[in-house]
Design a protein. Structure first.
Length: 256
């Protein structure tokens, strides 16, 4: 399995528009963070988690030319609003079936159908992505050897999904993990986990909280994502040096 980090920033991205703080002004490319998304490749099958508004930029920058399926964690703008850029991946597909299956909770599928209704109309006057929506409520093998398990977590008061794909789990935009979800995260090799900033936040994990959840889940290694401009890459990397914790960065590729 290969995990490619397309973006590990928060909803604003880093740098923030108009901000001159040391991280936003940094020349370190690892402090340049697009909106959060990863591409997971397993068994020659490419799975995109979330379509950030930066999807086009991410694909061009990192050479992404194929998407076989999309998983949606939830429907906030930084995770969905790049959906129209999926149409280019339809065009790149060979053969008659150009549709891309998308998987999400029932509420998320309903939102996507409503807010992007032009995609699902049989007759549309605009160019559009060709998507095949699926509600996912439990573990499903979306291709032989590729098992996807939705992991319910809380993003503030909203119940959303993280995802486990075989030995990798991606949990972004989380403030609390329900007790039953810990059972879905046993024996992980890699965990990628929300870590917004050092101070507590009502809808995201702080660095300290992320470390605490990681220690309970006990994967072989944890990578922090959805990091805001409070976090300097080199500083957090030095703080994590003694544990199995690592800050992600855009373009990071992990082999599992």
């Amino acid at each position: 399995m290969k995990v490619l980090v397309l973006g590990c920033g928060t909803s604003t991205g880093v740098p923030l528009i108009g901000c001159g703080c040391k991280v936003c002004a940094s020349e370190n490319p690892k402090n340049k963070r697009l909106r959060p998304s990863v591409l997971v490749t397993e068994n020659n099958f490419d799975i995109l988690i979330d379509t950030s508004p930066d999807l086009r930029t991410q694909a061009l920058k990192l050479g992404v030319k194929n998407i076989d399926a999309v998983l949606y964690t939830h429907t906030h703008a930084d995770h969905v609003f790049g959906i129209d850029d999926l149409r280019m991946f339809n065009y790149l597909k060979k053969g008659e079936n150009k549709f891309i299956p998308v998987y999400a909770s029932g509420a998320s599928i309903s939102f996507i159908r409503s807010k992007f209704d032009y995609i699902f109309k049989e007759k549309s006057q605009s160019s559009k992505p060709y998507l095949d929506p699926h509600i996912i409520n439990g573990a499903v093998e979306i291709k032989p050897g590729v098992k996807v398990t939705p992991v319910p977590v809380y993003h503030g008061v909203n119940l959303i999904y993280g995802y486990r794909i075989n030995d990798f789990a991606y949990i972004t935009d989380v403030s609390k993990i329900p007790e039953q979800s810990f059972g879905l995260l046993k024996d992980l090799k890699i965990l990628m986990l929300d870590a917004l900033r050092y101070k507590p936040h009502p809808t995201h994990l702080s660095i300290e909280e992320a470390v605490g959840f990681s220690e309970r889940i006990n994967p072989s290694a944890t990578y922090f994502t959805h990091m805001g401009h409070d976090i300097d890459y080199e500083e957090i990397n030095n703080l994590c040096a003694e544990g199995n914790f690592y800050p992600a960065y855009d373009g990071l590729s992990i082999e599992i």
